[in-house]
Design a protein. Structure first.
Length: 360
């Protein structure tokens, strides 16, 4: 295949091929607005565009090297490997991290289309270190540091509201009714005042729960870019006219995404979070979308002591199918720097360093 840069004139063709909002042209423009170098490429066969992807470059401090990051892109096959080898050499990369949008298997019954247009969920990786199946190139190694979770819940929005409610956990349905009985109202908004409410609740939540979140500029640029493209909404749940929960949800092609949200610790008894999630599902159906991607989960038999178990259990209640993606891989060009980088990430006080560097 022939590797060529993608030009702005090819935006429509590019968006037809990518399979996740993070690979969309609009998301790329958002990343560029943060000052992050972004590269877009296409793979051609007989002059026909077959695959497309974008990746960002992140300078490694105190070196002349950078890290390439390609999230939610094509399968890590021979063609992608050859393309990334060329890109890595040309851009002085120490390594390139890839997190393909390819399903390994479904861990629950139900129909769910594959995330990748070129791969099938039967393509199972058999080795914990190097993939040995036909489609995954041996140039990739299993990464010791995933940025996206390997697992996710996907809700089928083609079902009726009655079916969706029936598939939920009884406690989730009950909590939705509790919110409704308390008079909680959820509004879908696209104005900047709504974004300010969302931002306040988001940072209130990150502070309260003690986890790393993106800074204000990141959210501001994401909102401005994706709202303009008609791909972002703010859902706010009000109780007695007080905003208690706010989500930023994104839509791309046939899928709704829930990447970010925040809530107040006041009035937990009115279950605003549960109603926001239900109204997000209803909005997705109204927009004619087919899937609701809940942006990550723990695996099967999740450990209740895991700090993310609460998020996992909340999402699980909505009856989505738990899927497992093929995982995270690295293509290494400079082993000494790669090993040092990996070692630094294992030091707990410095873990945020990697996340900030890759802008995750």
């Amino acid at each position: 295949m022939d590797l060529r840069p993608i030009t702005p004139k090819q935006k429509t063709a590019y968006n037809k091929l990518v399979t996740h909002v993070i690979q969309s042209w609009e998301w790329g423009e958002f990343r560029k607005s943060l000052g992050i170098p972004l590269l877009r490429y296409g793979l051609y066969q007989n002059s026909k565009l077959i695959k497309a992807f974008q990746l960002t470059l992140h300078k490694i401090p105190f070196t002349n090297k950078c890290v390439g990051y390609l999230p939610k892109g094509p399968a890590p096959d021979k063609e992608l490997a050859e393309a990334l080898k060329k890109i890595g050499r040309e851009n002085n990369c120490a390594f390139i991290k890839v997190e393909p949008n390819v399903i390994l298997r479904k861990l629950a019954e139900g129909s769910l289309a594959n995330a990748s247009t070129s791969e099938t969920s039967s393509e199972i990786l058999r080795s914990p270190q190097r993939p040995q199946n036909d489609s995954t190139d041996s140039s990739f190694i299993r990464s010791p540091k995933p940025l996206f979770t390997k697992y996710n819940f996907i809700v089928d929005l083609t079902k009726s509201e009655e079916e969706l409610l029936k598939n939920m956990h009884p406690k989730t349905r009950y909590n939705i009714r509790v919110a409704q009985k308390h008079g909680v109202k959820v509004k879908s908004r696209t104005d900047d005042e709504a974004f300010k409410i969302y931002l306040k609740l988001y940072f209130e939540t990150t502070k309260r729960q003690g986890y790393h979140g993106h800074n204000k500029n990141y959210h501001q640029k994401a909102w401005e870019t994706l709202k303009e493209a008609g791909m972002a909404h703010i859902l706010i749940a009000y109780f007695e006219n007080e905003p208690l929960t706010a989500w930023m949800i994104l839509n791309s092609k046939d899928t709704l995404y829930y990447p970010y949200g925040g809530s107040s610790k006041t009035h937990p008894e009115v279950m605003t979070n549960n109603l926001v999630a239900w109204e997000a599902i209803r909005l997705g159906k109204k927009l004619g979308l087919k899937k609701f991607d809940m942006w990550g989960a723990l695996g099967p038999d999740a450990n209740q002591k895991d700090p993310w178990y609460g998020f996992h259990k909340f999402k699980q209640g909505y009856g989505g199918k738990l899927i497992e993606n093929i995982g995270t891989y690295d293509m290494v060009f400079d082993w000494p720097i790669y090993l040092i980088f990996t070692f630094i990430d294992r030091l707990t006080p410095l873990k945020v360093f990697l996340l900030k560097l890759l802008g995750k």
